[in-house]
Design a protein around this ligand. Structure first.
Ligand code: ADP
Length: 173
């Protein structure tokens, strides 16, 4: 099951939230900064033990002071024009994050719009990849999973809603 909400991902009462991290996993601006502020300093302490993370991969920590039990840190690709594997790496962020959440037995997971802030990935294109990739990946999971696309801006929420409506109309399902 997939849905779109507009708001601050750090406030959501889901079992796991995804952080649009950078490859150092040592914190940054945007959603990464907001997650570290809300989780408290123990989050950075755990992140320091992880040795970074490759773009398109993901690593899991506890959520500390967040309502969410887990944080899944995934470095998205920096947009460099679209011909440097950006789309495939972004899709991989969504797939790997879902895998890690499922491994922990989480039944709800929220994503921010990975790479669409400082990393410059065009928001509409990114929303399409997010929705299509999650839809495919959910088919491979053993149990149920609620996926929330938590968009900071109304525009981003509208893009996700649009693609969601599109895939839900797919007569193949
Ligand atoms: P990236 O470096 O992957 O582009 P950013 O954090 O700069 O990451 O932006 C990713 C997306 O997260 C952007 O769409 C931004 O508007 C959004 N964002 C920023 N703060 C929050 C928040 N607290 N909750 C949800 N989304 C957020």
């Amino acid at each position: 099951m997939m849905k779109v909400v507009q708001g601050d991902i750090t406030t959501l009462g889901v079992e796991a939230i995804v952080n649009a991290a950078n490859t150092t996993l040592l914190g940054g601006g945007g959603v990464d900064g907001a997650i570290h502020r809300a989780a408290g300093p123990e989050l950075l302490a755990e992140c320091r033990t992880l040795g970074g993370c490759a773009t398109g991969d993901a690593k899991l920590t506890k959520g500390y002071r967040l309502p969410a039990k887990w944080v899944i840190h995934t470095p998205g690709p920096v947009w460099r024009g679209g011909e440097h594997g950006e789309a495939e790496r972004l899709a991989s962020c969504y797939r790997r994050s879902l895998e890690l959440a499922a491994e922990k037995g989480a039944k709800s997971l929220a994503f921010p719009a990975i790479s669409t802030g400082v990393y410059g990935f065009p928001a509409e294109k990114a929303a399409k990849i997010a929705v299509q990739t999650v839809r495919e990946a959910l088919k491979g999971l053993a149990g149920p999973m609620e996926v929330v696309f938590c968009c900071f801006s109304q525009k981003s929420a509208d893009f996700h809603q649009k693609w969601l409506a599109e895939v839900e109309q797919d007569p193949a399902e």
